[in-house]
Design a protein around this ligand. Structure first.
Ligand SMILES: [Zn+2]
Length: 188
C-alpha cells in the first residue's frame, strides 16, 4: 500500500510536470498562429481606412438602406430614418430583428421601444462616440476634420477586434487546457 501510494504520487508529479510542459509548448504555438491570423484580419479590416467599405456608412442613405424588416415604422420615435440619422445601421439576427449598431463606435443596442429616441439612446450608451457628438453634418467637414474623425473611428474598431481576439484566444486556451488535462488523466 505504501509503495503503491508513493508510486502514484510520483506518477502524479510527473504527469503535472508533463502537463505544464506540454501546455506551455502548445500555448506558445497556438499564440503565434492565432495572433498571426488575427493580425492579418486586423490589417485587412482596419488598416485601409479609406476603402469604400470603411467610408460608405458615413452616408445617411447607405445606413438607411440597411433597414429591411425593422419593426418600428410610422408613429414611432425610432423609425429607420431617425435610427440612420443617429448613426445606426440595422444588423438583425434570426432571433433579434431589432439589433442596431453604430457604424462608428460599434455600439450594439437591441430591445428598442417605440418611444426610444435613437440619438438620446446613442449618447447615453456610448458617450465617447465622436460621430453622435458631431456638431455639423459629415458633408460639411473639412478634409482635416474628416481625417481626425476617421482616426477616432479606427481606434474603436481596433479596440473591438483586439478584444474579440483576446476573448477567442482565452476560450481556445481554456478548451485546450481541458483537453490536455483529460488526456493526462486518461493516461494515468
Ligand atoms: Zn456611436
Amino acid at each position: 500500500m505504501t509503495l503503491l501510494a508513493t508510486h502514484q504520487s510520483k506518477h502524479r508529479m510527473q504527469t503535472s510536470a508533463e502537463i505544464s510542459k506540454t501546455f506551455s509548448f502548445a500555448s506558445g504555438v497556438a499564440i503565434v498562429s492565432f495572433f498571426a491570423s488575427y493580425f492579418k484580419l486586423l490589417v485587412e479590416r482596419v488598416m485601409d481606412p479609406f476603402s469604400e467599405d470603411h467610408t460608405k456608412m458615413y452616408f445617411y442613405e447607405t445606413r438607411l438602406n440597411t433597414y429591411v424588416g425593422w419593426p418600428f415604422e410610422e408613429g414611432c420615435a425610432c423609425t429607420p430614418e431617425n435610427m440612420a440619422k443617429a448613426g445606426f445601421i440595422h444588423t438583425p439576427t434570426e432571433n433579434s430583428p431589432d439589433i442596431a449598431k453604430c457604424f462608428f463606435c460599434l455600439k450594439e443596442l437591441e430591445g428598442w421601444e417605440p418611444d426610444d429616441d435613437p440619438e438620446k439612446e446613442h449618447k447615453s450608451h456610448s458617450p465617447s462616440c465622436n460621430f453622435i457628438s458631431l456638431k455639423k453634418s459629415v458633408n460639411d467637414l473639412t478634409v482635416e476634420e474628416f481625417l481626425k474623425l476617421q482616426k477616432e473611428k479606427q481606434k474603436f474598431h481596433i479596440k473591438k477586434y483586439c478584444n474579440e481576439a483576446i476573448t477567442k484566444f482565452e476560450e481556445a486556451a481554456k478548451s485546450r487546457r481541458g483537453e490536455i488535462i483529460k488526456t493526462a488523466m486518461d493516461e494515468e
